[in-house]
Ligand binder design. Structure first.
Ligand code: NAD
Ligand code: UDP
Length: 326
């Protein structure tokens, strides 16, 4: 599919893991990119190579505060929100406000600018799902009073705001439900499973498995996800429906740990820690809608994506001495 070019595109959360890869792709396609980020869960390192790009602008801003942009913006991607459970639970009220007030402010900007809007929602809107795999018409099973609610319910409210604005004819809003995505530029200490296990193995530290490790996740490589995001933003007409993007391959956490141990020669052992409250037991996207509407499906198998991710951490991480198995 040919991507649209020569637009001015605002990426909120553009210095983060997914956002920085998206900025790279949008710039490579000839667009102007305005990256808006508070750097809450990222660092400028992700976008440092872009700082001197003539079409790249960085604005440090918390999306909970109103935002105006003094030039025409054609598209807005809203990726601003912490995504890792320990980080989004560190300041739960701010996480909720980021999704609700932040999405509200960016939708207001989109309405004012006539910009197309894409909201990064999440598989977490399905909570601990009772239907498997998860289709977009499943309403979910979320504990609205638990420690994950700040994220899950915030994202559900943000979806509601998008569809209200869409139904009112005020914003051409699109909603993507992203399933676990991984790749280079994940923060080494952000607490998510793939970054944790790779960093632990490279350092020779124990690999931490929460619970029995029988819970499952589906892991999508970053390049596949970014391709899907750009397709959804540019598809015409807007179907006005949420769309799952993820890799339907489903793995237990133990299987994932075994794969990583097979790929990194390490002295690490496996240790088991308590399962966090409300941790979803099964997760796998039904991607029929993305296949049909976007002609999209993931191309990178887990073992290949892990190899790229391990190589990146290996090259960028300051590792402990004597971590590797002889
Ligand atoms: P990330 O933490 O690397 O990136 C999030 C970015 O948003 C960071 O740069 C952070 O500084 C910024 N941010 C957070 N709160 C902000 C605020 N109030 N104002 C401005 N900037 C703010 O996480 P990611 O994995 O790149 O996730 C990006 C988006 O995708 C998030 O909205 C997340 O909910 C969604 N998502 C990610 C995954 C995944 O597996 N990575 C899965 C589902 C949904
Ligand atoms: N997990 C784990 N060890 C870790 C980090 C996470 O066993 O060091 C588990 C976590 O309990 C969950 C799964 O791995 O069941 C995925 O966790 P992650 O934080 O990556 O994302 P989630 O899908 O839960 O938002």
């Amino acid at each position: 599919m040919r991507h649209e070019t020569k637009k001015t595109i605002l990426v909120a959360g553009g210095a983060g893991f997914i956002g920085s890869h998206l900025c790279d792709c949008l710039l490579a396609a000839g667009n102007r990119v305005i990256c808006v980020d508070s750097l809450l869960t990222s660092s400028l390192r992700n976008v440092l190579p872009l700082q001197n790009h003539p079409n790249f602008v960085f604005i440090r801003h918390d999306v909970c505060d109103e935002i105006t942009i003094g030039e025409r913006v054609h598209q807005i991607y809203n990726l601003a929100c912490p995504a890792s459970p320990p980080l989004y639970q560190a300041d739960p009220v701010h996480t909720m406000m980021t999704s609700v007030a932040g999405t509200g402010n960016l939708l207001q900007l989109a309405a004012h600018q006539g910009a197309t809007f894409l909201q990064a929602s999440t598989s977490e809107v399905y909570g601990d799902p009772q239907e498997h795999p998860q289709r977009e018409d499943y309403w979910g099973h979320v504990n609205c009073t638990g420690p994950r609610a700040c994220y899950d319910e915030g994202k559900r409210a943000a979806e509601a705001l998008c569809f209200d604005r869409f139904r009112a004819g005020e914003v051409d809003a699109r909603v993507v439900r992203i399933f676990n995505t991984y790749g280079p530029r994940m923060q080494p200490n952000d607490g998510r499973i793939i970054s944790n296990l790779i960093v632990q193995a490279l350092n020779g530290d124990p690999l931490t498995i929460y619970g029995k490790g029988e819970q499952t996740r589906s892991f999508c490589y970053i390049s596949d996800l970014v391709d899907g995001l750009i397709r959804l933003m540019n598809i015409q007409p807007n179907a006005g429906l949420p769309i799952n993007l993820g890799n339907p391959g489903e793995f237990t956490i133990c299987e994932l740990a075994e794969m990583i141990l097979a790929m990194i020669p390490t002295r690490s052992i496996v240790v088991y820690k308590p399962l966090p409250q409300d941790d979803p037991q099964r997760r796998r996207p039904d991607i029929s809608r993305a296949k049909q509407l976007l002609c999209w499906e993931p191309k990178v198998p887990l073992v290949e994506g892990l190899a790229h991710t391990i190589a990146w951490f290996d090259a960028t991480l300051v590792q402990k001495p004597f971590a590797r198995a002889p």
